[in-house]
Ligand binder design. Structure first.
Ligand code: PBG
Length: 328
């Protein structure tokens, strides 16, 4: 059968029919909201390159998390900006550091949110690389040992899910072993498995103060041109014990999300990163686009590609728009 018997417009004719024909449903259940935690109290400092995102001290973060929870967002992911940095990034596993302090406060507040802790050294090293340097190179195995220490500190402080974003080889296995030996067999690992060396992280690096002083991250993050390699990364991390995997960034890598969906049964997260966020905010501020419409369209596309979870700075706004009944 074909046109004129078949007319696909019939099921698009009314809002009710369109609602019933909709294949992908965007709900706040998929969202994980990232936050930048800083030392101190009563701090809410806007991040100019990411309009609408602020540096928050722990006390303010707890209030923000309460609002997020009321909007129906189930998860939050924490990044920390430490008081001091050094060559090894030792503030990353300081139990009094911003992330462990925030985790303890959030646990105490008992909001019922899933607490994700990003694990990486780049916010904590004075050189800004995601691992430690030996002879000017990022040393894989020495870095893995330190990342595992940070993961353990976050588990101790109450993280439900450890999310390593460093892209060292073998870190998932090492973190799993360290968590298990420490008695944290019940904590999950969300691996940033297919993380590309992307220009879309630009605003984040300003927000987190984590840009490398010299060189770039191409020696450990993936080449944007590669798709098959992403499947190898994902397979490795699942074999090492990852409970869920991530593709990052999201929008320019929807094909990778789809490839992953076709191959793995584990939950797939996609990170709608800072550059994707800031481009939308900048265009909306100029009156060039309709922000709610564009955001819901982007997030729906990421789900349609096959992602179960979406890390997004739009989480609170999008949850509100969805509750208001808006669709892309
Ligand atoms: C740390 C890390 C980065 C992001 C998440 N974890 C930056 C990077 O790899 O340089 C990016 C998040 C974003 O852009 O929103 N390794």
């Amino acid at each position: 059968m074909m046109y004129p018997e078949v007319r696909l417009r019939r099921l698009r004719r009314t809002p009710a029919l369109r609602r019933m024909a909709r294949e992908t449903r965007l709900t706040a259940d998929a969202f994980i909201a990232p936050y930048f935690v800083v030392p101190g109290t009563k701090v809410r400092k806007p991040i100019p390159v990411m309009p609408g995102v602020d540096h928050l001290s722990t006390d303010v973060l707890v209030e923000e998390a309460r609002r997020l929870k009321d909007l129906g967002v189930p998860g939050i992911l924490l990044f920390g900006l430490p008081e001091t940095k050094d060559a090894k990034g030792s503030s990353a596993w300081d139990e009094k550091g911003p992330v462990p302090s925030a985790l303890r406060a959030l646990k105490e507040a008992d909001l019922g949110l899933a607490l994700f802790a990003d694990v990486c050294l780049c916010e904590y090293t004075d050189h800004g690389h995601c691992g430690v340097l030996e002879h000017g190179e990022v040393a894989n195995d020495a870095s893995v040992a330190l990342l595992a220490k940070a993961a353990l500190a976050y588990a101790k402080a109450g993280a439900d899910v450890i999310a390593p974003s460093d892209m060292m080889d073998g870190r998932i296995g090492a973190i799993r072993e360290t968590l298990d030996e420490g008695g944290y067999t019940d904590r999950a690992i969300l691996s940033y498995a297919a993380k590309y060396a992307s220009g879309f992280y630009g605003p984040f690096r300003e927000a987190a103060g984590s840009a490398p002083k010299e060189g770039d991250r191409r020696g450990y993050q993936m080449d944007p041109a590669n798709a098959r390699e992403a499947m190898r990364e994902i397979e490795q991390d699942l074999n090492e014990g990852a409970d869920a995997i991530m593709v990052k960034p999201a929008l320019a890598y929807l094909d990778i999300i789809r490839d992953a969906r076709e191959r793995v049964e584990a939950p797939i997260a996609a990170y709608n990163v800072s550059g994707e966020y800031s481009m939308v905010k900048a265009a909306a501020a100029q009156g060039m686009i309709d922000e709610p419409r564009i955001v819901l369209e982007i997030l729906t596309a990421i789900r349609r590609a096959g992602a179960d979870w979406i890390l997004t700075y739009h989480a609170a706004d999008a949850a509100r728009w969805i509750a208001e009944g808006r669709t892309p």
